[in-house]
Design a protein around this ligand. Structure first.
Ligand code: ZN
Length: 127
């Protein structure tokens, strides 16, 4: 297996390239759905959101640190994002979609291999 390189590649691109190399076919940023999911796999009734840890407020994550200045603004902003993510996921799940969230920190060099392997296992189990 070739190592997955993450240099200068957007996180969602890394996941797409990996899935493509494993034979998965998908749609990108489908605007018909709330939240414009990064990856839509109709055959697996699944949508993958690749979330930045800061913007989406990844709980207990070292990359989610509220800035010391304008703290109130950031707390508000990120809480709204979290709330919106939850609502969108609920809406999509109601329509029968499986929602898979991959956090940016799960794509760091020490985690990426297991994250992508797990993702493929999850998807294969859904087929
Ligand atoms: Zn994180």
């Amino acid at each position: 297996m070739s190592r997955i390189r993450s240099t200068n590649t957007k996180p969602e691109e890394i996941v797409r390239k990996y899935l493509f190399s494993k034979g998965f076919r998908y749609r990108k940023n489908d605007k018909r759905y709330p939240g414009k999911p990064d990856i839509v796999l109709p055959k697996y009734k699944s949508m993958i959101f690749v979330n930045g840890c800061f913007w989406h407020g990844h709980e207990d994550c070292k990359y989610f640190v509220i800035p010391k200045t304008n703290t109130e603004f950031w707390v508000n902003k990120i809480s709204k994002n979290i709330e919106r993510d939850k609502q969108q996921a609920a809406e999509l799940q109601e329509k029968g979609w499986n929602i898979i969230v991959i956090w940016e920190c799960q794509l760091k060099p020490d985690k990426i291999d297991s994250t992508l392997l797990d993702l493929v296992h999850i998807l294969n189990a859904l087929k």
